[in-house]
Design a protein around this ligand. Structure first.
Ligand SMILES: [Ca+2]
Ligand SMILES: [Ca+2]
Ligand SMILES: [Ca+2]
Length: 299
């Protein structure tokens, strides 16, 4: 549950052997960064994602994106709804590939774009989500193979944590599909179709995130639009165990013209309602040590 295994571990090994960045994410001043290719946004700079970053504090998780696409999308006559915006964000804590995690009902999702075509009607965090594609309705891609057939996917295709085509296929669809990817077995699901609402999030602009120490510029990942959100860890503590929880997260545009992923950890505080056995044991030892020291003084 708490370990990224399988395709993700294979990906890390591949990166290590090719001498590229091997760590999941890159830490800089408290933020964990996934830096995407600067030249894989199909359709040009307006659809170019450059980075995805997460920072955690005791109580909160902060999430940031930087791209040519603003939070509320870009007006486009080629989109069914007249706008090409952001998809929803997916958090996978299962350690398994995305398709398997969805089939098992273990995916979390965040709708952060208030005007996108999400299947859930409220901005916020959702559990037990299902997903769907709105790529074709937004003049874009409904599968990853077609996107790669256009010549994209040369480096850091979904950021530094899912750097190669094979890693992207493996993470999204499993190793069997990655061995033989086709247009009909690599759908790009980019929107929450359904889910259980866990709670709201607070949207943050670039200045608010910079005040929290966000600095995409350290990676030269400067884009016209930087934004994100804060969510309370208390929303996660009901669905994740206490302690370190490893995740793979990713987000695509509605057109799937670009996407980015990030591997990281979220430390969930142990429940304060139920006394932990370990805590009681250590309290016992502390009490014993106190009694011993008292005895020592009396002697
Ligand atoms: Ca990009
Ligand atoms: Ca749209
Ligand atoms: Ca990308």
């Amino acid at each position: 549950m708490n370990k990224l295994v399988g395709s993700v571990a294979v990906g890390v090994c591949l990166l290590a052997t090719t001498g590229q960045q091997a760590q999941a994410g890159e830490m800089y001043q408290g933020w964990n960064y996934g830096i995407d290719s600067f030249s894989d946004g199909s359709g040009g700079k307006k659809y170019e994602i450059k980075g995805f970053a997460v920072k955690e504090t005791t109580d909160s998780v902060y999430v940031a994106l930087t791209a040519g696409t603003p939070l509320n999308g870009i007006a486009s006559n080629n989109a069914d709804d007249g706008n090409v915006g952001w998809g929803d964000m997916f958090f996978n804590f299962s350690g398994k590939d995305f398709a398997t995690a969805e089939a098992e009902g273990s995916l979390l999702g965040v709708r952060f774009a208030p005007t996108n075509e999400s299947g859930v009607n409220q901005v916020g965090l959702y559990n037990n989500i299902t997903t769907k594609s709105v790529g074709l309705a937004n003049n874009g891609y409904d599968n990853l193979k077609r996107y790669y057939n256009k010549g994209f996917g040369k480096a850091n295709t979904m950021g530094t944590d899912i750097a190669t085509k094979n890693e992207a296929y493996s993470y999204l669809h499993g190793n069997a599909v990655a061995a033989n990817p086709k247009q009909n077995n690599t759908p790009l699901y980019n929107i929450i179709d359904s889910g259980d609402f866990l709670g709201g999030i607070d949207l943050l602009n670039g200045a608010q995130l910079a005040a929290k120490g966000l600095n995409f510029g350290h990676f030269n990942a400067n884009s016209p639009h930087t934004f994100g959100f804060q969510l309370d860890k208390s929303l996660l503590s009901g669905v994740l165990p206490g302690g370190i929880n490893s995740f793979m997260a990713h987000v695509l545009l509605e057109c799937a013209n670009d996407g980015v992923a990030l591997a990281g950890n979220i430390d969930i505080p142990e429940s304060q309602d139920v006394p932990e056995p370990v805590g009681l044991v250590s309290l016992g030892f502390a009490g014993l040590a106190f009694l011993k020291s008292r005895k020592g003084r009396q002697a």
